[in-house]
Write a protein that binds this ligand. Structure first.
Ligand code: MN
Length: 352
């Protein structure tokens, strides 16, 4: 993977400094809270401190491994050794303080953030087989958790109890972590797309929305289902069917070469036609991988084009303030000809 990265560097750059945890992990397959990866045209070194050095020396195969003792001496020395004059650095995942420190450390070397993220994200967006397999494993755990949680949804159960049930089941059944703070909301709370679980008890006639995921090998899953409790109104059914149809339409057009903004528009136009356009106020989806939100974004403003190997969520929603909301979210892998839905859980409206 380091070869791929080097081959994408602009002529003006001699190397890249990779500091962020997820990008370090992506290129070295090594997980550590601290370390830096220096990738240059003439050689690459992964530096990590005494806590990790033994494991790193045993497992990191993509480049040399060196114990991080005094960065202020080691990094300039390595840059001299590899003839680095212009070094690229990350932008979104690097703090202003970190960038300033590296610039002070590397006097005489131009440290630029221009274009770095774009190169790295272009690589990260196209998932390798083991990355897709990890996401699928995480997704299967999440689905089992949902199956389990549906069995305990009834009048009187609180949103927090439901969220904890999902989390506990995922962690007990192979998830190394949950993907993000689980959303389990009910009734009028479902009109908030990212509502926080409260002590509110589930009531008859409520919609219950659950948005959650598991992490396996560092890779995240993400899914949302909305279910009804006891009974549903005609309006609830109408909104649910509209969201579902919008999602199916979008999934149907996904394939390599489709503009991300067109995928978003596909769902948005349908929801507009049904009269709920003002209630779909977030983008259609996002990439998923080592981070829960990655490129590409399926949004109206996105200028990206889908490529085979992308993993994206497709999650339209309609949220009517003070009343209720519905979101249905699947993850899909893009292929040359279509997409493969990684989410196997049913989307028929369940009335529990
Ligand atoms: Mn999502």
């Amino acid at each position: 993977m380091l070869n791929e990265l080097v081959s994408m560097l602009p002529k003006s750059a001699d190397g890249v400094l990779i500091v962020s945890e997820t990008n370090r992990r992506y290129f070295t397959s090594f997980t550590s809270s601290d370390g830096i990866l220096l990738v240059t045209r003439k050689g690459s070194v992964f530096l990590t401190d005494s806590r990790y050095i033994e494991e790193a020396q045993n497992t990191v195969k993509c480049c040399e491994v060196e114990e991080l003792k005094k960065l202020s001496e080691q990094l300039p020395e390595l840059c001299r050794k590899f003839g680095v004059r212009v070094l690229m650095a990350e932008s979104e995942r690097l703090t202003v303080a970190q960038l300033g420190a590296y610039r002070r450390l590397l006097k005489g070397i131009t440290v630029t953030t221009v274009g770095t993220d774009k190169i790295i994200d272009t690589l990260r967006m196209v998932k390798k087989d083991f990355e897709i397999e990890s996401v699928i494993k995480a997704q299967r755990i999440a689905e089992k958790a949902l199956d389990h949680a549906l069995g305990m949804i009834r009048v009187g159960v609180t949103e927090r109890e439901l969220a904890l049930t999902l989390d506990f089941f995922m962690l007990k059944n192979g998830a190394q972590a949950v993907s993000f703070e689980t959303i389990a909301i009910s009734g009028a709370n479902t009109s908030k797309p990212h509502g926080v679980p409260t002590d509110k008890k589930i009531e008859r006639g409520d919609f219950v929305t659950m948005d959650f995921g598991a992490v396996v090998n560092g890779y995240h899953s993400d899914m949302t289902r909305t279910v009804a409790v006891g009974e549903v109104s005609d309006e609830q059914v109408r909104v649910y069917e509209t969201v579902l149809e919008a999602q199916l339409k979008a999934l149907d057009i996904l394939r390599e070469g489709v503009k991300c903004s067109d995928a978003d528009a596909c769902a948005r136009i349908y929801i507009n036609e049904k009269g709920y356009g003002e209630y779909f106020r977030h983008s259609l989806g996002h990439g998923v991988g080592l981070e829960i939100h990655e490129k590409p974004n399926l949004s109206p403003k996105s200028e990206q084009v889908l490529r085979a190997g992308n993993i994206v969520t497709v999650e339209p929603g309609i949220y009517i303030p003070g009343k209720f909301g519905v979101r249905i979210e699947d993850m899909a892998t893009i292929t040359k000809f279509d997409c493969v839905n990684l989410t196997k859980f049913t989307k028929n409206l369940a009335i529990l």
